[in-house]
Unconditional design. Sequence first.
Length: 204
Amino acid sequence: MWEDPRLDAWQPWTPAEIARRLATTAAGWCVAGGWSIDLFAGRTTRTHHDLEIATTRSDFDTIRRHLGGPFFAVADGKVRRLAEGESTPPGRFQHWLLDEAAGAWRVDVMVEPGDAETWVFRRDERVRARREAMTGRTADGIPYFMPHGCLLYKAKSCSAKDEADFDTAAPLMDQADRLWLVEKLELVHPAHPWLARLRDVTPP
């Protein structure tokens, strides 16, 4: 049993693989993070070192049972194995699935507030939207987090990969989603450099 996994031991599944594994679950979920930008764009624009999916806290246990385990709660650069049947600790939202045979992390299941109808921004619960407005689907049915929501999360760190995802998504977003992102950035990050760039984008 591998009790001390390295944080960098990622061999992530692809979005198509996680969609296949979750095809028969009734739980709601969508691909999040950088992969969601590429699914929206319809092409792979950069290397992805992990795979994130988002779900609600109420659906997490269903997804956890469906995927098997073990799962580890992640916070502050540390991982802690969840015992079978153990609830995720309060305040924890990242949960990595370990493939013990491969010695590799396969997917990060992000637990979000909200419910089946309402999406709630985890970092500022004043920001809410209809869940259907925050989720898209590829032509082959893979659900993904829409870029206006994804970029709102990515605005906090603005790493090189976040900037790359912004450059990919911003020109492709429709005007309504771009204006939504401007409004929410003004609320959450009022001095953010993306604001001026979003206002300058020519609508597709």
